[in-house]
Design a protein around this ligand. Sequence first.
Ligand code: ATP
Ligand code: MG
Length: 249
Amino acid sequence: MALLEIRNLKVKVEDTLILKGVNLTINRGEIHAIMGPNGSGKSTLALVLMGHPDYEVVDGDILFEGESILELSPDERAKKGIFMAFQYPYEIEGVRVSQMMWKAVQSLGWDMSPVEFRKLLRSYYEALGIGDFIDRELNVGFSGGEKKRSEVAQLLTLKPKLAILDEIDSGLDIDAVRIVGEALTKAKEENPDLSMLLITHYQRILNYVKPDRVHVMVDGRIVLSGGYELSLKLEEEGYEGIIRSLQVS
Ligand SMILES: Nc1ncnc2c1ncn2[C@@H]1O[C@H](COP(=O)(O)OP(=O)(O)OP(=O)(O)O)[C@@H](O)[C@H]1O
Ligand SMILES: [Mg+2]
C-alpha cells in the first residue's frame, strides 16, 4: 500500500481553481521532489495535504496509508505522521519554540519527561547550529535561513512518516544548504521509512537528498515526471524549454 496517494485532486481558493487534477503516489521511504514555476500550485498542494482551511477540495481524494484524510483536521493529520515545513513559517509571539514543541509531542502522546524532551530538542537544534533558539519566541525575529533550520530541527525531533518541505532551501546560505541537506540525509539514515515531498526551485538541495522521482508542476497539474536526472535537465534548460517541448510532442 502506498503511503500517500493523491487522486485527481482539484482545489479551489476563493472561487479560482488552482489545482486542476493532481495525481501523485509516494511509497514508504521514497523521496519525491516537485519543481515548477512561481504560482503553479506547489504550495497550494502542500497546504491542502496539511488541511489548510482556506483551500477547498472540489474533486479527487488524498489517501494516507490507504485512508482518506480529507475530513481530518491539521492536528489529526499531524498525529497520523504528516509533517510540514512551511515556505513562510509563521511567527508566534509569546510562545517559545520549546513550549510549542512540548505541546506537539504531548498531543502525539509521547511518554517523555519535560527535561528529557528539552535535551532531545536542544540536540537537534544544535545539529542545525541554532541550539539556543529553543528558548526564543517561535520564529520571531529569526532570519529567513534560521526559520528554515528551525523547521528542519522540528522535523528531526518529531520523526514523522511523511515530511512535506516547501522550499526548505530558500534563503539559505551555501553552508546552510549543506547543513540542512546533511540533516535531512541523517534523518533518512536513522529512519529509512521516512518519505519526503520536497518542493524546490533549485537542484542543489537534491544533491544531498537524492529524489527517487522528480515532478514538474505547471498551472495546477503535474505535466512531467522523471528521475533525479530530470532536476539536472531543468536546471540546465529551465521550465520554458521543457514546457515547449511537451507542447510540440
Ligand atoms: N489564499 C489564496 N488566495 C488567493 N490566491 C491564492 C491563495 N493561495 C494561492 N493562491 C494563488 O494560487 C496560485 C498558486 O499559488 P502557490 O502558492 O501554490 O504557487 P507556488 O507554485 O507555490 O509558487 P512559488 O514557487 O512562487 O512559491 C497563485 O496564482 C496564487 O496567487
Ligand atoms: Mg510556493
